[in-house]
Write a protein that binds this ligand. Structure first.
Ligand code: LLP
Length: 447
């Protein structure tokens, strides 16, 4: 027996290979039993209390990330992209930290309004906004609407009675070389108008012709998981030049430039993430140069991070159901969740770490693939991870960096309800969203 096994509390001060702070919430530590804990609560206790699978969300980490953005971009407006994760509590934390919020549907709008968010701090997005949702947004008095199509201009014109601020979404044709499913800045994709196209000019003209629509600026969103900040510098250069052209050719004076989101996070130890110092410097330099070159006054910059605010705050807990050693093949650790609560592996080929959370393993390890319980061979959570060789059914597996696009992408495939979301902060846990039950599924089934 080692000294650490006799005195596990010695570990709390030790650097750990299990919990890399680039991937886990800031309040992650070990408790006296060597179990992984967040904000003073052992993940194994959360699993026992609320069941599994369960999403855990560290409020402190979310707030810290909001503060980091405010610190690095003191003059910019930070607009949280709610599609990453939205509940009433999360909306409250984030706006409480001074961020605005972007919603992309009537449902997200309803949650933000139910959270008591000032509608003027809400921005509405969407590539195919239904009339009823535009109507609800206008009626609620949302601050800005990002126009994505010519049709929308017609619908909005029919709807608004008092002045509505709008931005126009442009695609600046910048290829960030991301996964095709989340590549949005190139010209040939469904969002917005290609920058400099006849259709973009037509949209500008039509908006300017509507006295109730106030074209305050332009928007672009380059894609997801971008770690090279130079792409944002290029976007600033192209869009400021466009803003100057719109001033010269249309006599308008746009003052806002929304650069979208897409800042990369590290899903696994060693993954590259967006460096906010560098991003701030590059945007600043590009703005200085582009505004001087085009003799254009500095626009107000907005950024729309979603993932970078909430991803690392989230950890998903699973219970091991069974372990299968396939002769001549892989070892599968099958857990009680999977692609329903994390479809990102199947959708984007995302890779995750997985660790055992209910003890500090010290013995030999095995290479295993953590797979889900659903009826598809592609239902994989973490391929080729190192787990204790003596792992047993009933133990708790934690998958970090699951705060963004997990709860919001979850489904109830195979008739399995979606997991609860448990907020953790300073030694307290509370259900932010409860587990979806069979009764919930039946409530929608009208027979
Ligand atoms: N702004 C706009 C207009 C967006 O469309 C998005 C994301 C964001 C901001 C925030 O991007 P973020 O900072 O979170 O990368 N389900 C995919 C991600 C799809 C993102 C769609 N738009 C995933 O799980 O990776």
């Amino acid at each position: 027996m080692t000294l650490l096994e006799i005195f596990p509390s010695l570990r709390s001060g030790m650097p750990s290979t299990r919990v890399d702070t680039a991937v886990w919430p800031c309040e992650t530590h070990y408790d006296a039993l060597g179990r992984i804990a967040i904000g003073g609560i052992a993940l194994a206790d959360i699993a026992d209390q609320y069941g599994t699978p369960t999403y855990v969300l560290n409020e402190t980490e979310v707030r810290d990330r909001c503060r980091a953005y405010r610190r690095h971009f003191p003059e910019a407006e930070i607009i949280y992209a709610a599609k990453a994760l939205l509940t009433k509590s999360v909306a409250g934390w984030i706006t409480g930290e001074g961020l605005s919020i972007d919603v992309c549907s009537g449902g997200e709008l309803a949650i933000a309004l139910a959270a008591g968010i000032d509608p003027r701090r809400i921005v509405l997005h969407g590539s195919g906004k239904p009339f009823a949702e535009l109507e609800a947004a206008v009626a609620a008095g949302v601050g800005r609407i990002v126009i994505d199509s010519l049709t929308e201009i017609t619908l909005l014109s029919a709807l608004v009675s008092r002045t509505q601020q709008v931005l126009l979404r442009l695609s600046p044709d910048i290829d960030v070389h991301g996964h095709p499913a989340v590549k949005t800045g190139v010209a040939d994709q469904k969002f917005g108008f290609p920058l400099g196209s006849a259709e973009a000019d037509e949209a500008i003209e039509r908006v300017l012709r509507q006295p109730a629509l106030d074209l305050v600026g332009f928007h672009c969103h380059l894609g997801s998981q971008i770690h090279n900040p130079d792409h944002y510098g290029e976007a600033v250069r192209r869009l400021v030049a466009e803003m100057a052209r719109v001033r010269d050719e249309f006599g308008a004076m746009p003052t806002q430039l929304d650069l979208g989101g897409g800042h990369a996070v590290a899903y696994r130890s060693g993954d590259a993430e967006m460096n906010l110092y560098e991003l701030a410097d590059i945007i600043e330099d590009a703005l200085d140069a582009a505004c001087a070159r085009n003799r254009f006054p500095r626009p107000r910059i907005s950024l729309e991070p979603g993932r970078a605010i909430v991803a690392r705050a989230g950890v998903t807990l699973y219970r091991v159901m069974t372990i299968k050693h396939i002769e001549g093949g892989r070892t599968f650790v099958i857990v009680d969740g999977g692609m329903n609560d994390n479809p990102r592996v199947a959708l984007y080929g995302a890779r995750y770490d997985a660790v055992v959370a209910n003890r500090h393993p010290t013995g030999p390890q095995m290479t295993a693939t953590v797979a889900g319980r659903y009826c598809e061979a592609g239902d994989i959570l973490a391929a080729d991870v190192r787990l204790p060789a003596d792992l047993r059914p009933g133990e708790i597996i934690a998958v970090p960096c699951t705060g963004a696009y997990h709860h919001s992408l979850a489904s109830s495939y195979n008739g399995v309800g979606r997991p609860p979301l448990i907020g953790v902060r300073e030694g307290r846990s509370r259900e932010l969203v409860r587990r979806e039950t069979a009764a919930d599924l039946l409530a929608r089934d009208l027979g």
